[in-house]
Design a protein around this ligand. Structure first.
Ligand code: NAP
Length: 284
């Protein structure tokens, strides 16, 4: 029950009404008997600075940040930890001693979701489809865990190349997803990850264009999308015999890491997974 001592956290985004994060975090707080409450905090883009000042003024313990503010929020924070700075985006804010500190738990959340499925990262080749914010977190996570090579493919070759070059790392390449470089990368790929929104609800019939005959047969095929839980991309991969992983693990694991940043306690991850499944089946 909310009391005068309840610590507040919330989700800053635009829109936020369809988010499952309030259910996941509130169930986790309840499971640990913690006097915390997680609120949806819809913010118009023009009000972002005021919203950050507002959560500090209102003595919030922190917040999550989602689309479209993960990058734009950075100048309004007092400090940014090194991982978030490297990724170039913040998805979690902790407010401590009146200061707002930005973190990013997406990269580590994605890695944990791979590890749970025993997908090996070290010395493996990864191919990413899409070169946006989530792809950036995925690249940072993979680099940190000793991946051998990353090829980032996107519909816009220039964007993919600029994205790859921004890491200043000779093992990261970028290119268009319909050329020979792409085909070569697919043939030696161990982990293939869809980092585009193609196939996400409600456009569930979309999928990245892919010649599955070119994809190494032992590749693990991942999609960051969790709504629907099986995208057309993953369904095609499964039909062709590939191991598959959807975005549920990344969503829950990034939430579990944020929970620990706010509370100092290990998150009840099983409760968070169960809440994801029950809430998702009710709302989708
Ligand atoms: P983003 O920053 O907007 O980047 C999207 C990328 O996909 C860009 O490279 C974009 O290319 C490309 N793209 C978008 N629409 C496309 C289309 N119709 N055809 C071809 N390429 C297209 O988005 P994001 O934040 O990276 O998110 C990407 C996906 O990851 C979303 O589905 C999101 O829900 C999911 N995600 C999941 C989690 C999780 O916890 N599971 C966390 C974060 C994100 P252009 O630059 O050319 O537009």
């Amino acid at each position: 029950m909310i009391s005068g001592k309840t610590k507040l956290v919330g989700l800053i985004g635009h829109p936020v009404e369809h988010s499952i994060s309030p259910a996941i975090h509130n169930s986790a707080f309840a499971a640990h008997g913690l006097d915390y409450a997680y609120l949806p905090l819809p913010v118009e883009p023009a009000n972002l600075a005021a919203a950050i000042a507002g959560i500090k003024a209102l003595s919030f313990a922190g917040a999550n940040v989602t689309i479209p503010f993960k990058v734009d929020v950075m100048p309004y924070l007092d400090e940014i930890d090194s991982t978030a700075r490297f990724i170039g985006a913040v998805n979690t804010i902790v407010i401590k001693n009146g200061k707002s500190i930005g973190y990013n738990t997406d990269a580590e959340g994605f890695i944990k979701s791979l590890q749970q499925k025993a997908i090996v990262i070290k010395n493996r080749n990864a191919v990413l489809l899409g070169a946006g914010g989530a792809a950036r977190a995925v690249v940072c996570g993979l680099i940190g865990y000793g991946v051998s090579q990353i090829t980032v493919l996107a519909r816009n070759r220039d964007k993919a190349e600029q994205f790859a070059q921004s890491f200043e790392n000779p093992t990261i390449f970028g290119g268009a997803w319909d050329n020979d470089t792409a085909k070569k990368a697919m043939r030696s790929c161990h982990i293939l990850i869809n980092c585009t929104p193609l196939g996400m609800h409600p456009m569930i019939d979309n999928a990245p264009p892919l010649d599955w005959d070119n994809v190494a047969s032992n590749a693990a095929v991942c999609d960051l999308i969790y709504n629907p839980t099986t995208t057309k991309f993953l369904a095609t991969a499964a039909q062709s015999g590939y191991r598959t992983l959807n975005g549920e693990g990344m969503l829950v694991e990034q939430a579990a890491l944020a929970f620990k940043l706010w509370t100092g306690q290990e998150a009840p991850r099983n409760v968070m997974y169960e809440t994801f499944i029950t809430t998702f089946s009710r709302t989708s």
